[in-house]
Design a protein around this ligand. Structure first.
Ligand SMILES: [Zn+2]
Ligand SMILES: [Zn+2]
Length: 242
């Protein structure tokens, strides 16, 4: 859908406001300068495998303790921001407040964080949402982001490649083993999805990356389906204690 032609009228009726603080801004999809500065954009130094930020100076190629203990199955994490109050409020507005207009801005940041990976013909696959949740919310926020990233960065979209076979309880508060048990068998791949990812570099897309249990289950399914590697892209990444 193209609304660009309507935007001067929309701007006149609804003057653009920063979605976080309400200050006047130039476009409907942007943040004001001070909220922009509150976003934590991850940088160097960081873990060579999962880009977890490090304190202090460490040699390039160093890996973090969790990656050392158990090498990840993904081929890297592209995190647009580190989870903080500003990114949390953005995600909530996008996810529950139906501020879908934030999608392009969030997707641009995600596309920028993907730039550190060698670009081959990426296939973008959103983390699936159970159909009951899609029905309640009206959309899968990860699929909206994946579609916007493809629009910005190119590549192909396999929006229904992964499917939720059962509705999982919230994983928050569960230990690692309990999370794995809750997720086992919850995520599958469609025949069309398997054909789309076979032999390809897949970018798994989600809005927030927390424990990594859900994304790890998705990465496992994609690799078993024949994806050559899977990079995990998220808008906001929760850094847990390492
Ligand atoms: Zn603001
Ligand atoms: Zn790491």
């Amino acid at each position: 859908m193209k609304f660009a032609v309507l935007s001067p009228i929309v701007d006149f009726v609804f003057p653009p406001r920063c979605p976080l603080c309400g200050a006047a801004v130039h476009t409907q999809s942007g943040l004001c300068a001070s909220c922009w500065n509150e976003l934590a954009i991850p940088g160097e130094p960081c873990c060579a495998l999962c880009s977890r930020p490090f304190q202090g100076d460490l040699a390039p190629g160093t890996t973090c303790a969790p990656c050392l203990a158990e090498p990840p199955r993904h081929a890297g994490i592209a995190d647009a921001t580190l989870y903080n109050d500003a990114s949390r409020r953005l995600v909530l507005a996008f996810k529950h407040g139906s501020r879908l207009g934030l999608g392009p801005m969030m997707a641009r940041l995600m596309a920028a964080s993907l730039a550190r990976y060698e670009q081959d013909a990426w296939v973008f696959v959103p983390v699936p949402l159970h159909r009951w949740r899609i029905w309640r919310r009206g959309y899968n926020q990860a699929a909206v982001l994946a579609r916007e990233i493809v629009r910005t960065a190119g590549g192909s979209l396999a929006v229904d490649a992964l499917v939720r076979r059962k509705s999982t309880a919230s994983l928050g508060g569960l230990g690692r083993r309990a999370r794995l048990r809750e997720l086992s068998g919850a995520i599958g791949i469609s025949p069309k999805g398997a054909a789309a990812v076979r032999g390809r570099t897949v970018v798994l897309v989600d809005d927030v990356l927390t424990s990594g249990a859900t994304s790890d289950a998705c990465v496992g399914v994609l690799l078993r389906a024949g994806a050559s590697k899977v990079v995990v892209a998220c808008f906001a990444r929760v850094i847990d204690e390492a």
